[in-house]
Design a protein around this ligand. Structure first.
Ligand SMILES: [Ca+2]
Ligand SMILES: [Ca+2]
Ligand SMILES: [Ca+2]
Length: 359
């Protein structure tokens, strides 16, 4: 009886210690290049992947017809679906949340927002209005996008749309360009040129207040949000991480042109060109990750050719990859972020020591 009690205590102590190890930031992260997998390696160009749950959606220029369509694949069943109907040939920038894929689509002349429900297998228009609605992002009941009067040009407004109320609403029409909005919960973030250089602004949909997230002379254009954490491009010097809850900020120093930031939990991913572009094959775009809790950067894909535009859901990272035929023949690849083997050994070793002490 006493022995059983001791074993229980040992187990509890080991588990407590393992939890503490994780909380102390020792759950280092790692991507094993040998577990990489191709998701869409068709002819033509696959790019701009988005991921939620088992589904990955992307923009595809298949073959040589010049049309751009949206496709999706289920990573568990390998089922692939073409989401855009026959009348579309100019669709791009998909995003996905809980089985609903949204994208911008020029089939009606100017860009509108379309949607495909993977649960009911139906495509429909989500929002059609004059001018160019582009770069949609979705979370729950809300879709956000950037808006410009006409092509070409950089958008100058950020809009939101409530799916349940079938109503669009203005989020920001402040002076200056706006860049790729993202949304998580009630928080919308985007790159903003109102101050004469790129900064990061945001909006709290429940408090109805605008948020100045990052400003100053640095080039801060690409931003992403998940929960309370906003990650953003901090010039060529690194990645900024701003905690909306505590108001604290940290800069992870990482030299290179960092762009296309995405975030899930404590993991931030981005495309980076280090050392400037040149004939040297080392100087191409690669995918890197950063664990904000463990304060550790790790490579996700540094294969030959350009890798860019990553997206992340839980521990799965997907990206567009030009290793085989260059950027215009790019494919979609993915891999998983796992605990680094060394930290698994450390946790196991700690547990072993405690068990031996108790016996
Ligand atoms: Ca339109
Ligand atoms: Ca700035
Ligand atoms: Ca391809």
């Amino acid at each position: 009886m006493e022995r059983e009690g001791r074993n229980l205590i040992s187990t509890a102590v080991v588990m407590f210690w393992m939890v503490n190890l994780c909380n102390a930031g020792l759950d280092l992260t790692y991507v094993d290049p040998t577990t990489e997998f191709a998701i869409a390696a068709n002819s033509g160009r696959q790019s701009e992947p988005a991921i939620w749950g088992d589904w990955v959606a992307w923009c595809e220029r298949r073959g040589t017809d010049g049309g751009y369509d949206i496709y999706a694949e289920n990573l568990s069943t390998n089922e692939e679906i073409k989401l855009t109907g026959p009348s579309s040939s100019a669709a791009s920038y998909p995003d996905i949340y809980d089985g609903l894929v949204v994208w911008n689509d020029w089939r009606n002349g100017d860009s509108d927002i379309y949607q495909y429900d993977l649960r009911t297998r139906t495509e429909s228009i989500l929002y059609s209005g004059p001018g160019e609605q582009v770069w949609p992002a979705i979370y729950g009941d809300t879709v956000v996008w950037a808006y410009r009067d006409s092509m070409p040009g950089v958008p100058e407004e950020v809009w939101g749309y409530s799916i349940s109320e079938d109503e669009a609403f203005l989020i920001s029409d402040s002076e200056g360009y706006k860049w790729y909005p993202d949304i998580s919960g009630d928080i919308v973030v985007w790159g903003d040129f109102r101050n004469g250089n790129w900064d990061i602004y945001g909006y709290d949909l429940s408090a109805h207040t605008e948020l100045e997230i990052a400003s100053g002379p640095e080039y801060q254009r690409s931003a992403a949000v998940h929960g309370d954490r906003v990650a953003y491009e901090h010039g060529n010097q690194g990645i900024g991480i701003y905690d909306l809850d505590s108001g604290t900020r940290m800069i992870h120093e990482s030299q290179g042109a960092n762009d296309n930031i995405a975030i899930y939990g404590e993991i931030i991913v981005w495309g980076s060109m280090r050392g400037g572009r040149g004939p040297d094959t080392d100087r191409t775009y690669n995918i890197y990750g950063y664990n904000a809790v463990g304060d550790e950067e790790f490579p996700i894909c540094v294969s030959p050719g350009d890798q860019g535009g990553p997206a992340i859901y839980e521990n799965i990272v997907v990206w567009s990859d030009g290793r085989l035929g260059g950027w215009w023949e790019a494919d979609i690849y993915g891999n998983t972020v796992v605990p680094e083997p060394a930290s698994i050994l450390l946790v196991s070793f700690g547990g072993l020591v405690l068990l031996r002490k108790r016996s």
